[in-house]
Every structure is written in C-alpha cells, then in structure tokens.
Design a protein around this ligand. Structure first.
Ligand SMILES: C[S@@+](CC[C@H](N)C(=O)[O-])C[C@H]1O[C@@H](n2cnc3c(N)ncnc32)[C@H](O)[C@@H]1O
Length: 215
C-alpha cells in the first residue's frame, strides 16, 4: 500500500472517518501518489472500484460510502489485495464531495445504481438531484466525466431532469438520453444482479464543459 497516511489517520482508517478533522479540502497528492483523481460515490462493497482501479493503475480512485459495513469490507479487501491506487472514506457524499475535494480537481465521478427512493418523503436521500450534480460539476475538471447508472427507468428520467439546469455539464450522447451498454468493462454487484434478471439498464455520461462553472 503506498498511502502516506500519518499514524492517527491510519489508526482511524478502519472507522472511515480519518478525514474528518484534516485540513479541507484534503491534499490528495500528499495522501497517495498517482495519476488523475476519480471518485466512486456509494461503492457498496467495493468490487467495481477495486477492479476498475486494478485495470487502470495510472489513475487514482477515492471510494466514498456511507454504509459502514460496505466501507469496512473494502478496507479488508484492500488489505489483502495488491491494488495501491484506492483510498476509501466513509461519509455522506453531499458533505464529503463538498468539503474534501478542491474545485476542478476530479477527473471522473461514478455513481452506480443508487437507490431511487421513489417515495416523496425519502426524496432527500436521492443522489440523482440537481444539488448533487451541481456539486459534481464544481468538483470535476473541465473535460472530466460524470458516469451514472441505474436500472430504474423513472429514476433515469429524473436524472435527466435534474441534470438539465446544471449548465456546466453536457451529455456525451446528445442524440439519446441513455446508453444501453455499459461504458465500463467492469460490472458492479447490483449490475450483475439486474443483468441476471434481464432488466434494461440505463447509463448516462456527462462531461464538464470547459467554460467556468457558474452556480
Ligand atoms: C444500491 S447500492 C449500490 C452499490 C454499488 N454501487 C453497486 O452498484 O453494487 C447504493 C449504495 O449507495 C450508498 N449511498 C447512498 N447514498 C449515499 C450518500 N449520500 N453518500 C454515500 N453513499 C451513499 C449506499 O450506502 C449504498 O451502499
């Protein structure tokens, strides 16, 4: 593992909150070395993140998850693996994305199969919101990509509506709302389940424009 976490950060790594009283935004270059910085939001148990990182050793990946058990599962897998370009942290993406990353610092953001929370009383738990996409737009570098995937056709439609007002993100597939083929070579745990059930899947890839982000 090539992380350069200090002793206190390292001792708190299994808890996931090692980043909380660091100076923010975090100095990622001082924490782990490597290439362009990517984030997977809601990595679940982390299989996609780990495989993606192994396939792209020239990239760095930060895993962000609010589900403690999933977070700890990834830490254990990382301890056993030779992958050196993943650094996990636990927290709510709305808070962590805002605080831990400098504006324009991210090459890619991945959000795979988040729960759609269809009931209105749970709407604030959704990740496909204008608020989340605005944060993502600010944190992406010009030309950086936001990758979304969902099995839920209504949630895919909602994602499109919520993306529309975010002027500094534009579709990489303007002729069609969704891609029906995965833009990745790796499947997530949920994706494998939905494919086995024969559900149609929706992939959305947006790009951060080169103009400054006005929000
Ligand atoms: C349905 S699971 C999908 C897991 C994985 N991406 C996959 O495709 O197998 C959604 C995950 O997103 C996480 N999540 C939801 N809202 C989040 C938030 N605001 N911040 C961080 N993680 C979040 C959940 O804890 C859960 O692990």
């Amino acid at each position: 593992m090539t992380w350069t976490l200090n002793e206190r950060q390292r001792s708190r790594l299994p808890l996931g909150d090692w980043w909380k009283d660091e100076e923010l935004p975090l100095e990622w270059d001082g924490l782990f070395r490597g290439g362009p910085l990517n984030v997977e939001v809601g990595f679940g148990k982390g299989e996609f993140l780990l495989t993606q990182a192994a396939e792209n050793p020239h990239m760095r990946y930060v895993g962000l998850e609010m589900y403690r058990e999933g977070f700890q599962h990834l830490v254990k897998m990382l301890e056993r693996s030779e992958v050196e370009n993943v650094l996990p942290l636990e927290g709510d993406a709305y808070i962590v994305m805002n605080l831990a990353f400098a504006e324009g610092s991210l090459h890619g953001i991945y959000v795979n199969y988040p729960d759609p929370w269809p009931k209105e009383k749970h709407a604030r738990r959704r990740l496909f919101t204008e608020e989340f996409f605005s944060i993502a737009a600010r944190k992406l570098e010009p030309g950086g990509h936001l990758f979304l995937a969902t099995d839920d056709p209504e949630y895919a439609g909602q994602a499109m509506e919520q993306l529309r007002p975010v002027r500094s993100l534009r579709s990489t597939h303007p002729g069609r709302p969704f891609l029906d083929r995965s833009p990745y070579s790796v499947s997530t745990r949920y994706e494998s389940r939905w494919i086995a059930e024969g559900r149609p899947l929706h992939y959305i890839v947006y790009e951060r424009t080169v103009e400054p982000c006005h929000m």
